[in-house]
Write a protein that binds this ligand. Structure first.
Ligand SMILES: *[C@@H]1O[C@H](CO)[C@@H](O)[C@H](O)[C@H]1NC(C)=O
Ligand SMILES: *[C@@H]1O[C@H](CO)[C@@H](O)[C@H](O)[C@H]1NC(C)=O
Length: 387
């Protein structure tokens, strides 16, 4: 080898050595490491924003006692006392002739004969559901399997872990009127609509495509008439995802599921629990900051037993789990806008804390690392809110 060539070689070798040393130093100091962590959303806990008393308070489920009582009764076959059960019941009057000559009229309420054949499946569904009712911070990573896989199967597609490229969650706020967002909404790969909101006549503002109809079980209870379930305003082929508000609604579910063509999926109770804790956290934190009162005063200020996250909140959480990009429409409020774009309902329901939920959506866009209870393993997709 010629001399200049040899010199060039040693210079190159030296340079390579120097670069290796520098690279190792960088690695040890964590520059590259933390860059990657940030990129994959794993360095979330670097932001110390959680107040442990608020976290602990948010973990308390105010409806626990009522829930336990009701499920116990249902498992024992005592349907009496559930106002929501009236539809399934028959009432029979009996005369009790007592030895002292008195006649007591007794009313016995029981499941109407035409619903008897659902009882066994109802009990099994209720027990399955109860088994899953536990806190599970990793459930966000399970939503692909729980929700997207059944939808793939239904659509005749290869079941895959691929997330939807883009999703639109369409809330029902009156701010959608005159928004002209219809085309933009329909351009998403997947569109979730809420609680059977009407689209006919509103297409220009809300679009017309529906991939998932997300409802709460009160909605199903209302449309599950007799043995026919007329619960598909978007077409019988559109899958429904539903969360259970009251355990007795699993009877409506059991009845409807047997006749439903498209999937009728009940959200995993651990997913419900995660949503409940997150919303309560934001509500309690806002309450403490605004009033300066002790956390325990939150119970009286809110309906401790009936407090609940909104359907829209859980639909957004679902989208986070199965989409690469999430767009949120129709979730804002304004003085002039109607509560729902398609009804004249005036007020908001007091069992929700919409302001707390907006705090959450704000964090989703700006700093998802500030959202509590979700496993560090979950990678949040980017979120855009359209006002
Ligand atoms: C609901 O119906 C589907 C389709 O008929 C069935 O595969 C599924 O097992 C049912 N689910 C329950 C919990 O009964
Ligand atoms: C947590 O929040 C509560 C209620 O706002 C407050 O009283 C308490 O001082 C906070 N704790 C910390 C460590 O900031």
């Amino acid at each position: 080898m010629k001399r200049p060539a040899r010199r060039l070689c040693s210079v190159l070798l030296l340079a390579l050595f120097a670069v290796t040393l520098a690279f190792r130093a960088v690695l040890r100091r964590g520059f590259i490491g933390s860059f990657e962590l940030e990129q994959y959303g794993l360095a979330r806990r670097q932001v110390p924003v959680f107040n442990s008393s608020v976290l602990r308070y948010a973990e308390i489920d105010g409806a626990e006692e009522k829930f336990r009582r009701e499920t116990q009764q249902l498992l024992e076959g005592k349907f009496v006392g559930h106002p929501q059960f009236r539809r399934f019941a028959t009432r029979r009057r009996f005369a009790n002739y007592e030895p002292n000559g008195k006649i007591n009229m007794v009313i016995q309420v029981s499941l109407a004969p035409r619903y008897q054949r659902y009882v066994q499946d109802f009990r099994r569904n209720l027990q399955d559901w109860l088994r899953h009712k536990r806190f599970e911070p990793d459930v966000m990573n399970d939503l692909i399997r729980l929700v997207k896989h059944p939808l793939d199967r239904h659509g005749g597609l290869v079941v895959s872990d691929r997330r939807y490229a883009s999703c639109a969650v369409v809330g029902n706020s009156g701010i959608l009127l005159q928004s002209e967002r219809g085309e933009l909404i329909d351009s998403h790969e997947m569109v979730i609509r809420l609680n059977n909101a009407k689209i006919k006549g509103f297409e220009r503002n809300v679009g017309s495509k529906t991939t998932i109809s997300f409802i709460n079980s009160n909605i199903l209870h209302l449309c599950a008439r007799r043995e026919r379930c007329l619960c598909h305003p978007y077409g019988v082929d559109v899958p429904i995802v539903m969360y259970i508000c009251q355990p007795v609604h699993l009877l409506d579910y059991t009845m409807c599921n047997s006749s439903h063509k498209a999937p009728l999926l009940v959200t995993d109770p651990s997913f419900d629990m995660l949503c409940a804790r997150i919303v309560k956290y934001y509500s309690v934190r806002r309450f403490a900051e605004e009033t300066g009162k002790p956390l325990e005063a939150w119970d009286a200020a809110h309906d401790k037993v009936y407090f609940h996250y909104s359907s829209g909140m859980q639909a957004i959480m679902l989208a986070l789990g199965i989409c690469n990009r999430v767009s949120i429409f129709g979730f804002g409020k304004s003085e002039s806008a109607k509560h729902h774009y398609y009804t004249n309902q005036k007020g908001e329901l007091t069992l929700h804390d919409y302001r707390a939920e907006y705090d959450l959506y704000h964090d989703l866009v700006e700093r998802p690392q500030a959202i509590p209870f979700i496993s560090d393993k979950f990678k949040f997709p980017p979120v855009t809110i359209y006002q």
